[in-house]
Design a protein around this ligand. Sequence first.
Ligand code: FPP
Ligand code: MG
Length: 328
Amino acid sequence: MVTINAIRKPIETELEEFDAFVRRNFSADEGLVAEMLEYVLSSRGKGIRPIVVMLSAAMNSDRDGRFGKRSYLAAMLVEMIHVASLIHDDVIDESDMRRGRASVNARWQSSNAVVIGDYILARNMDIGLSSGQYDIVSHVIKSIATLCEGELIQNDHATKLDTSRDTYFDIIHKKTASLLGVSASVGALSVGAAHDRIAAMRKFGEAVGMAFQIRDDILDYTCSAATGKPSNNDLRERKITLPLIEVLERVGEGRRREIIDALGRCSHDEASIEFITRAVGEYDGIALAQQTMKSYLQMALAVLYEYPDSPYREALMNLCAYVAERER
Ligand code: FPP
Ligand code: MG
């Protein structure tokens, strides 16, 4: 079983410096802003995106794996967009918990959570523009609109209970894969890699991101306290994800109708949740979704094989294994 520490290993020192760099940039002297920023930064999670930015920077560097301030800046811009998006996401989903702790909205109310999310995005933009590294800022900033599109498409289809396979892939590409694609490609851009390398790294990151979100959606069915989120959250939010899509594509019209009707009741009825999870079990929805996830990881690995062996490439390969196996 690959651990996140094994993936971090070749850039361990840099990641520690990165934490300090983020704290220097996102602090306030006192009051509510200071308190909220401290809370948000101390529960940042695994930091997959900055790890991807930095490993990509190291793997694409022609200075023996070394990279400089541009890469740190890129990692911070990406990570703080991600942080802001989760704060807003918990408001939209009315979710009380994130990573085993109270969500920002649960602790400070939705009104304050919305504003601190905006504040983080605004401050991010200010730091980016003040740095003068316009290529990095413009590469990263586009992803905000993509995340918003993903969220809106998801909400629209959750209301209509009609998420198809194509719609699902479009949603997860926009809400998760796009930012991981940006993470991997901006890492390469930050060390001056050639255009074809930047494009290859985007392909790598997007494939990892698709796999990552599919695994997340699987964990929502299978899990457990380990994720720090309540289980079957997606059903409660009327989200049709890949394990259920696999089932809907296999059942007859009558059963399909029953499942969709049950989905409409999931927000307030445990029996409906159980009805759907039983159908997912019966039709092997989890195993089928896992197969699709693996095919994305194969695409990601194919990009890595274009690179010579290095500790950074190995760490990114380990990341692929980690995504497939992770339980949280
Ligand atoms: C988590 O998904 C949510 C996202 C990956 C993106 C959310 C995007 C927005 C709210 C748009 C606004 C964007 C910005 C930058 C302010 P999930 O709900 O499937 O995962 P979860 O179970 O962890 O909540
Ligand atoms: Mg959510």
